[in-house]
Design a protein around this ligand. Sequence first.
Ligand SMILES: Cc1cc2nc3c(=O)[nH]c(=O)nc-3n(C[C@H](O)[C@H](O)[C@H](O)COP(=O)(O)O)c2cc1C
Length: 339
Amino acid sequence: MYIEKFMERGAEFLGCKYPIMCGAMTWVSDARLVTAIGRVGGFGLLAGGNAPVEALEAEIQKTREMSDNPFGVNLITVAPNYKAQLAMILNAGCEVVVFAGSIPKAKEIEQVKKTGAKVVCFAPTEALAYKMVTYGADALVLEGSEAGGHIGPVSLTVLLQQILFKIDKVPIFVAGGIATGKMMAHMLAMGAAGVQLGTRFVMSKECTAHYKFKEQFIKAKARDAIATPAFDSRLPVIPVRALKNEGTNVFAKLQLDLIQKLESSQIDRDDAQYEVERFWMGALRNAVVDGDVTNGSLMAGQAVGLVDEIMPIEEIMFELINEGDQALAEVKKQLCNCD
Ligand SMILES: Cc1cc2nc3c(=O)[nH]c(=O)nc-3n(C[C@H](O)[C@H](O)[C@H](O)COP(=O)(O)O)c2cc1C
């Protein structure tokens, strides 16, 4: 297969057959989803979210009991339970640890690497990509602002040119808006070591998200997945891409309330930002676990416009690989037909 040629670096790095990562999704990425991806040759990531440390430790254990395939753990550096989760991870014998949220400290990367785990960091801008490599990251994820959940400020198309085309020192995985094998193949041909998909894998049979949550994905068009605005520079918030619903309005109101409290010194900036993150964790749970699709958070990428069917993971992977391989065969044919 042509596609496997382009996957060699990423597959070796992750220790799996296909360097197709199912991005960690808080409340969504559990042992069931992670092992389902691993069984068909992909790479799953457990979401640390703001899980109590015992719960995350138990999920790691459960994943190991369910399968021998390698998997990773995603930690959100701004989550209230982050420090406790990190301390546990240092003794958990993980294969891959992904730092998300904001920028991990160089010391934290070093500590995790000392355990033998590979460290993957997000690079939402060019400057941060170089910084993370200097800090010792073993690989980067470039996630464009098309993605679902908390997002960076730059589209994947621009990140590719700023970072993927320039940095070769570490493998680079790309994310945001990828839902088809054809797009995956062209990303690999451009030099990506692999891809990370979130939205597409929510629409899998093995994903335990509430059916009403998935139903909203089926109905949604790409333009319905919108990024939340930031109203005031005194309250910097990481934008979140989600399907617009009443929850979006509730978040806008929360921001305005917090800005007022900041103005009247009823709250400081760190506590206000903490309130914002607490809101998202709770609102996402309401939608994913309880199926409250009116007030909960429907985090989703613009790729919702590309998926309208719930499929078994095995079929999704088969489709991605075969469609990708065909796309590369087509390129080869075109090249062979010209002088
Ligand atoms: C419901 C949802 C929850 C997410 N939660 C997290 C998370 O906890 N940590 C993280 O690093 N990324 C999170 N993401 C981002 C995904 O891991 C992935 O990078 C992203 O979905 C890729 O873009 P795509 O949605 O266009 O495929 C989340 C995405 C979604 C849709």
